[in-house]
Design a protein around this ligand. Structure first.
Ligand code: RUB
Length: 307
């Protein structure tokens, strides 16, 4: 799928979830490289760069998307041979997808070890990384029960309970406002991440920080499952993570409320590091305060200044 179509499908939420949008963006750059009809490397680079900008603009606050396209484009501007530039772009896109899928498998195995037999675990929204851990624990033969929030307004919780039920995991769907009511009976919370800042704050689906607060109050361990491409090199250089706001039609139907009522629809929120027990990555279980070191190790500094 070419970049424009991929961007449209990301914007409309047909493609969603931080890891999936990054993988699809990388594959869109691959398809752009394969479809390029021009005769020189500079032209292909220009086409790829335009595609990169189109993709990044489709969900501008998603660092996974930015990291994914940066991974594919890294060093492309120095390549002067057209065939080589095409080959390198295709190879790097495939490598990003492969690494991201391997990371998911590793996170699932590591995360499952943190789930004791008999545990009741809560998850919020629809994170493939978090769900992977829950399914892996179930496959280890542990008798676990999962509680999944509905996650208004898009109701990604419906996807989650379908994923879990398909894997045979005993699952209960709850509305978002039931979280605090049931927290005292739970043993762990597993959520994903859209972005992790250099100070260890985790940006994830709106409501995640309330779940973390309730978990902290009941002393329930709160785990974040995230591939290293969810860490934001931009935050290391002082950029604040912008919280995406989406339209009012996601919340109310036309005519349902008076025009004078404003609607505020932030789709992510930030959970401070002090509410997070550990972040489960493909590099292992790390404290949120290790975010800075992960960013330096994975991205170095050269990434920061390419935008
Ligand atoms: C999805 C969401 C998920 C993260 C992590 O939000 O917040 O928890 O993206 O998901 P949206 P994953 O539905 O708005 O994209 O672990 O699958 O990358």
């Amino acid at each position: 799928m070419r970049a424009k179509e991929t961007a449209d499908r990301i914007r409309s939420m047909e493609i969603r979830g931080a890891a999936e949008i990054a993988r699809q963006a990388a594959l869109a750059l691959k398809d752009e490289a394969l479809a390029y009809q021009g005769k020189d490397a500079a032209g292909l680079f220009h086409a790829l760069d335009e595609a990169r900008q189109t993709l990044v603009a489709s969900r501008p606050t998603a660092i996974s998307l930015w990291n994914g396209v940066q991974f594919v484009m890294k060093g492309n501007d120095r390549e002067t041979d057209l065939d080589l530039l095409r080959t390198i772009t295709v190879r790097r896109a495939d490598e990003f997808v492969k690494r991201s899928k391997e990371a998911l498998d590793i996170i699932a195995r590591i995360g499952a070890n943190r789930i004791p037999d008999g545990a009741k675990v809560l998850t919020h929204c629809n994170s493939k990384a978090a769900i992977g851990c829950l399914i892996a624990a179930h496959r280890q033969g542990k008798n676990i029960q999962v509680f999944a929030t509905e996650s208004r307004p898009w109701r990604q919780g419906i996807l989650t309970v379908n994923d879990l039920a398909k894997a045979g995991v005993p699952t209960t769907l709850i509305i978002d406002s039931a979280v605090r009511h049931i927290m005292k009976d739970l043993d762990a919370v597993f959520v994903g991440a859209d972005t992790i800042a250099s100070n260890g704050a985790v940006i994830n689906k709106i409501g995640t920080s309330q779940v973390a607060l309730a978990a902290d109050e009941s002393r329930v361990p709160f785990y974040v499952c995230a591939e290293t491409f969810k860490f934001s090199p931009k935050t290391m250089f002082g950029e604040l993570v912008k919280i995406e706001e989406r339209g009012s039609s996601e919340i109310v139907k036309p005519g349902e409320i008076p025009d004078s009522v404003k609607i505020f629809n932030p789709v992510f929120d930030a959970t401070p590091p002090e509410y997070i027990d550990s972040i489960i990555t493909e590099l292992g279980v790390v404290p949120p305060y290790a975010a800075y070191e992960i960013i330096v190790k994975e991205f170095g500094q050269e990434y920061i200044f390419t935008e």
